[in-house]
Ligand binder design. Sequence first.
Ligand code: RP5
Length: 158
Amino acid sequence: MKTPDVIIMMGSDSDLPVMQKAEEVLKDFNVTCEIKICSAHRSPNFLHQIMTDYKDTKVFIAGAGMAAHLAGVVASLTVKPVIGVPLSGGFCKGLDAMLSTLQMPSGLPVATVAVDGSKNAAYLAVQILALNDKALTQKLSAYRSAQEAQIIAKNKKK
Ligand code: RP5
């Protein structure tokens, strides 16, 4: 089995519509990734198994809603960067998940993006991987330039 550079984890298959957007971004940059549905609460043994099986993965993205402990537990099981995505499914519309994801104790960081911000989780993962990959850095620079050009073009259409 070839180890993917990024694992995209989520607490439930109900999180897939949001979290698949991270997969799309990573594919755009030709970054290898796999999706894993594994709950910190409902399937703790499976989560531990994944963290053992994918110990050589470079970046972990973890999205969860409500009492969102997935990213924190993942961070406790690796020294690799962990990016948390709070999801908005709960009755607090993501405020609950945001606080659960980002309020980590000192010494165990989770880089938390916006509520439902799975795309930015992927861009941040690409930026981390690009630290040791010149081609990926060039792709990121090209993406940023294209993004700016698109905004300028929208002004010309007015
Ligand atoms: C969390 O509970 C999951 O990440 C999901 O966002 C939320 C609801 O899960 P389901 O009841 O839809 O499976 O653990």
